[in-house]
Design a protein around this ligand. Structure first.
Ligand code: G3P
Ligand code: CA
Length: 340
């Protein structure tokens, strides 16, 4: 079955290898083409490439043997069969941590569509069926080699968009994830502002450290989130960061911001009027690019009739510089349509 999936992906890639957006707006494939295949698998990345994405995202956590792997969570139980394969390896909180498993062990796991850990139900029921085909977790190096290899064979220049996940939590476990990730990126030629990469993180202190102490010259993106969201390991003041003073601070160490969609457009009222913030205007005035997340065709905001309407609001009316989306084909098609 795995072979069937690989062939399918390869076929889609070949048929669309030269497809890419013609505008300066970036289509960032969020966890790959995760609307169609399990998130962060190499298959989802290849499909996103074939669909014409400009950048492909990699969320990064560490294994027990310090290998950066592409996975959204520090836990393995939301997207893999770790519970069945290693039933006695949970911590006291009942969760299975990537950091407690070697890469060799993680390679034994099968990746599935994400489940809600509280009720065991699929987060996106309409997506790729459970228990079909075999998907695995990839290392950061493998994900890069796939994209760089396709760049070589197609002549395109698709970028990577890694996110350092939970750096302070990793530090609390005695690990320096940023140093390890920067080393891998450098090994693959990502060293300065001209490199086809944006490096993102929610943790402002860590991004400053990456810029000033670790002396990275890469393009950095400060991720933003609803200030009501609390992470005990991230002391970032998200309410402050969206103020004029906060944005000025960001411009001192980063090249862009990655806001949560409602921080840009609060919504559309019942009369169809857009309720937007001035975040994009202020960020642009400081030279920061704006790449909001996450655009999902199967999870539309209230009062939005279609995915294309949502794309039009952000890309045309508000004028963001790019978007993170689980459905890169839909965004590419939107941007390539003559009227857009
Ligand atoms: O990195 C942009 C977006 O992916 C942030 O949200 O939770 O999907 O990593 P998350
Ligand atoms: Ca991310």
């Amino acid at each position: 079955m795995k072979k069937v999936v690989s062939l399918l992906v390869a076929g889609l890639c070949l048929s669309a290898a030269l497809a890419h957006t013609q505008t300066d707006k970036l289509v960032i494939a969020h966890r790959g083409a995760s609307g169609y295949l399990p998130e962060h698998t190499l298959e989802a990345k290849a499909l996103a490439y074939g669909m014409g994405a400009d950048y492909i995202e990699q969320d990064i956590v560490l294994t027990r043997d310090n290998v950066p792997i592409v996975s959204h969570d520090i836990h393995l139980d939301t997207v893999t069969d770790v519970k069945e394969k290693f039933p006695d390896r949970a911590r006291d909180d009942g969760r299975f941590y990537a950091l407690d498993f070697t890469l060799a062990e993680i390679r034994q796991l099968h990746v599935n569509e994400r489940i809600n850990i509280d009720n065991g139900r699929r987060v996106y029921p309409g997506r790729f069926p459970a228990g079909k085909a075999h998907f695995n977790i990839a290392t950061l190096a493998e994900a890069i080699e796939l994209i760089q290899g396709l760049n070589r064979s197609t002549g395109r220049q698709v970028g990577i968009y890694p996110e350092i996940k939970h750096p302070a939590w990793h530090r609390s476990q005695g690990r320096d994830i940023s140093k390890i990730v920067l080393k891998v990126l450098s090994r693959y030629g990502y060293n300065d502002k001209n490199s086809r990469i944006y490096l993102q993180c929610f943790d402002a202190a860590e991004l400053k450290r990456i810029r000033w102490q670790l002396k990275s010259r890469l393009k950095l993106v400060q991720l933003l989130i609803d200030p009501r969201f609390k992470d005990p390991y991230n002391q970032t003041d998200f309410a402050h960061l969206v103020t004029a003073k906060g944005l000025l601070e960001i411009a001192g160490y980063a090249d862009g911001i990655g806001p949560w969609m409602p921080q840009v457009v609060r919504g559309v009222d019942q009369q169809g009027r857009l309720v937007q913030t001035d975040l994009v205007k202020q960020a642009h005035a400081l030279g920061l690019v704006v790449h909001p997340y996450t655009f999902r065709a199967d999870q539309l905001p209230e009062n939005i009739a279609s995915f294309e309407q949502l794309l039009g609001i952000f890309l045309q009316q508000v004028g963001v510089d790019g978007i993170f989306t689980d459905f890169p084909d839909r965004a590419v098609n939107f941007l390539r349509a003559p009227a857009n």
